[in-house]
Write a protein that binds this ligand. Structure first.
Ligand code: URA
Length: 241
């Protein structure tokens, strides 16, 4: 059965579907010795290569929950040699990548996997996976400002969906606020605070769907249990094969 090339590449654990499209566009994918083009379909029995490497058999899927420190990029590789989250998993040899991204200056919970199907499902806006952040912001934050955030704001890339917002406390000239959103736009939480006139000093993701950082020290990771993977599959509207 012919299938989209990016789907075959993603399921082989080489890259996410979107990243696979980038590989095809960049001319790094060959099918039976010919450079592939975006939109092309192929059979899994064909000789498919990425950067000259045959896809081979699909790797065993692995799933990790990482407690990312500030100062690591959420990419698999960086052309400028900066540290990436994969440097924190030196004994993981599968070709894993992060599920979505946290900014370099954001810490917290990041899922890492080589399961492109699950990753695409979790990132799909339709499934509205909830992500909770704790922000430390400068100065006093009024209830009226937080209410704006809760109702929804307009950012330069459009309106945000309503957020769940909770004031956690104030100390030493800063305020701690918990924000739960289901969207995943670039620097969204920071931009939401900027829109209400608040400066974010630090930002940490403390929850992704039902998963928390409990028991995982900063810079460390743990494998997900089978039950957790099953729950994530269900959340992303997928059946596990
Ligand atoms: N929102 C942000 O502003 N940064 C992140 O890293 C995640 C969400």
């Amino acid at each position: 059965m012919a299938e989209r090339l990016q789907k075959i590449i993603a399921q082989a654990g080489v890259a996410s579907r979107r990243a696979a499209e980038g590989l095809i566009r960049a001319g790094r994918v060959m099918v039976d010795g010919q450079v592939a083009v975006l939109g092309q379909q192929a059979e899994r029995t064909q000789d498919i290569r990425v950067d000259g490497q045959p896809l081979g058999r699909a790797e065993q899927h692995v799933y990790f929950l990482l407690h990312k420190p500030v100062g690591y990029l959420s990419t698999a590789k960086d052309d400028r040699g900066r540290r990436t989250v994969l440097d924190l998993l030196p004994t993981v040899h599968e070709r894993v990548y992060p599920v979505g991204r946290l900014d370099g200056d954001t810490s917290g919970l990041l899922l890492i996997t080589n399961d492109g199907t699950l990753m695409n499902g979790l990132l799909h806006p339709h499934y509205e996976v909830q992500k909770t952040y704790v922000a430390q912001v400068t100065g006093q934050v009024t209830a009226a400002k937080l209410q704006k955030m809760a109702t929804g704001l307009t950012l330069d890339d459009g309106p945000t969906a309503p957020a769940k917002v909770r004031l956690l406390g104030q100390a030493g000239g800063t305020t701690q606020v918990e924000v739960t959103i289901h969207e995943g736009r670039n620097r969204q939480v920071r931009r939401m605070f900027a829109a209400i006139g608040c400066d974010v000093r630090s930002l940490r993701r403390v929850r992704f769907a039902f998963l928390t950082l409990r028991g995982v020290p900063l810079g460390k990771y743990r494998p997900l249990s089978k039950q957790e993977v099953q729950r994530l599959y269900a959340l992303a509207g997928l059946k596990q094969s």
